[in-house]
Write a protein that binds this ligand. Structure first.
Ligand SMILES: Nc1ncnc2c1ncn2[C@@H]1O[C@H](COP(=O)(O)OP(=O)(O)OP(=O)(O)O)[C@@H](O)[C@H]1O
Ligand code: SF4
Ligand SMILES: [Mg+2]
Length: 323
């Protein structure tokens, strides 16, 4: 069953310099109870995807067209009031920077308890108990004491655990984790990723890992959606994608820093596209090593090429042995 269906989603930013097409017709589905990796280079539209689903796209951005169904319900048809029942309660989000996500003026206990009492009919003492329980779930070592502390009294890794607990307070079915470990030390990164992996299993929620790191995706995700220049290039099971990738995914995979190699990170040659004047045809053609003249013509549609595997590339079949 699909918990989320996104169809031909267009989210544009109407800037003075022109219309920035952050998402230009993105389509993908998300199966309930699984982990999906939303990958792509910087500026490919990953964060805008989660902002669109929660309907929190900042100005001058706007969802221009398309469909977003959450558990079959049309998100784009909901009133702002109805959306408040989705944010945090059904769909939650954690960000890259735990420091700026927490209010420095209030203790952890008071800011988390307030979220609970705002949404649930619970007495303060009950809400506080629920907060302690959720902080335990996020493996805070001593929540009964830690609720009386302020954000600055915690390390970066502990703050991210608190943010994870906060995101889970209202038992959401879907959690977007937007590069949740980018600002943390390597050892702490691994701990947070393990925590998210465990929580996904324990709570049975659906997790979307937003990252540009294919290593993290390989380690955590069952499904992958690859974004480039606001377009979905490929969707599929992780194994399939590693085996027969879209040319852009292949380039991303080559850019994975390998621990067993001293070689520097291989970055993809060329620049990310200008979203105001997107290249014609396949948006990846100026950087694609397989590009031919026909790639500059029409935009290749995202097509199901085999079970659980969709590709937007006119040459993929030929490059993969003519299937
Ligand atoms: N507030 C904004 N105003 C104008 N343009 C924006 C705004 N937010 C995003 N964009 C545009 O949308 C594009 C996609 O942004 P998004 O934040 O989704 O990228 P991303 O894939 O999350 O990248 P990163 O890995 O750097 O976080 C950006 O390149 C930018 O041009
Ligand atoms: S359509 Fe052409 S340019 Fe685009 S990925 Fe395929 S081969 Fe490369
Ligand atoms: Mg982002």
């Amino acid at each position: 069953m699909h918990i989320l269906e996104v169809e031909n989603l267009k989210t544009y930013f109407f800037t003075e310099a022109g219309i920035v097409k952050a998402l230009d017709g993105a389509t993908f589905n998300l199966e309930k109870g699984t982990t999906l990796g939303l990958v792509g280079e910087s500026g490919s539209g990953k964060s805008v995807t989660s902002q669109s689903v929660l309907r929190i796209v900042p100005k001058p951005g706007k969802i221009v067209s398309g469909k977003i169904l959450f558990e079959g319900e049309d998100i784009l048809a909901k009133s702002e009031n109805e959306m408040r029942n989705y944010r945090g309660k059904k769909i939650s989000l954690i960000f890259q920077d735990p420091t700026s996500s927490l209010n420095p003026l209030f203790t952890i206990g008071s800011q988390l308890t307030e979220i609970v009492t705002q949404h649930e009919k619970m007495k303060k003492t009950e809400a506080l108990e629920h907060v302690i329980k959720t902080l335990k779930l996020a493996r805070l070592p001593d929540p009964e004491e830690e609720i009386y502390r302020y954000p600055h009294q915690f390390s970066g890794g502990m703050k991210q655990r608190i943010c994870i607990a906060r995101a889970l307070l209202l038992n959401p079915q879907l959690l977007f984790a937007d590069e949740p470990t980018t600002n943390l030390d390597v050892t702490i990164q691994a701990q947070i990723l393990t925590l998210l992996k465990d929580l996904q299993r324990e709570v049975g929620m659906t997790l979307v890992m937003i990252t540009h790191d294919m290593g993290i995706v390989a380690d955590m995700c069952k499904y992958v959606v690859v974004l480039y220049g606001g377009n979905v290039m490929e969707t599929g099971m992780i194994e399939t994608i590693f085996e027969k990738p879209h040319p852009y995914t292949e380039a991303l995979l080559k850019a994975v820093p390998r621990l067993d190699q001293t070689k520097e990170l291989v970055s993809i040659p060329g620049n990310i596209p200008n979203l105001i004047e997107l290249p014609s045809g396949c948006v990846f053609h100026p950087r694609c090593r397989y590009a031919v003249d026909a790639c500059k013509g029409n935009k290749p549609p995202l097509e199901e090429v085999e079970a659980d595997h969709s590709i937007a590339c006119i040459r993929w079949r030929e490059l993969n042995g003519g299937r």
